[in-house]
Design a protein around this ligand. Sequence first.
Ligand code: PMV
Length: 324
Amino acid sequence: MVARASASAPGKIILFGEHFVVRGARSLVSAVSLRVRVSLSETRGGAIRVRSPAVGLDARISTESLEPSDERLAPIARLIAFLRDEYGFSVLPHEAVVESEIPVGAGLGSSASLAAAYALAYTALHGAPLGRDDLVRASYEAEKVAHGRPSGVDNTVAVVGGTLLYRRGEGFRRVDVRLPEGSALLVVDSGVSRSTRRAVEDVLARAEATWRAAEHIYRAADEIVDLALEAFRRGDARLLGELMDLNQGLLNAMGASSEVIESIVFEARRAGAYGAKLTGAGRGGAVIVLAPEEASWELAARLSRKARGVYRVGLGVQGARLEE
Ligand code: PMV
């Protein structure tokens, strides 16, 4: 019998607090109902072959040197080396098929979800699926290769799921957040690629140059997170939308927005959304829109003319899990 294992993990959005979190404010991050699924089957020797038809990837990793034939597999190669060196998982030749609903390069955590799902499926293939803490650790190793100096938010939420409140130096706290009755959340992928590192550096430079003023913006962003938790508790979609608009204004003030983002945000508001803001690093990537349920289909159709893709998502979904 050929051993098989399959696992999936969710992408994420930052609901509130991106950028401000880098200098100590809180942020609110949620696993969303767009998943990546990894299906592995053991083979009788040869290399590790990874196929991801949606992105035109069909490449190999040597089982001896763990060298990937395609740079895009470098994070997975690192993951497999880490699982061998830290946990003693022998390098198994296998075939992997990756199917993803998460747009790549939009700040929705696709690389972290892939790493989390891969780590779970690969260790299950050995008959010893890792638990949550170890999955967070292992997927962080892959993220370091993909992103340089990641905060650890993406891979944590991909593994544990739900919605997390995060402050640097304090770690994560799970919070119970659900969409207000009668509202829908859209993720709009602008299709504009951006560099997270550049955006973070530029925002930090502005913060430094203007700190006596910017300090108040950072404090306001932190307060918005509290107000948002309260609005979620009360199921107040209108207030949540206002807080999203407010947060977007602060991000724009710090230089994290762009013409494309503003044009999507304004189009969404014009078409009846409660509120809209960029999510993640900004300058491109994705925008999130909170809208009345009944207006959301029409709104999605309108926004799709300005974007690469529009997705209706659920919040706080389950983290990495084994699949049949
Ligand atoms: O990489 P993204 O697009 O998910 O967003 C990065 C979030 C920032 O707050 C801008 C940076 C960070 O490390 O927290």
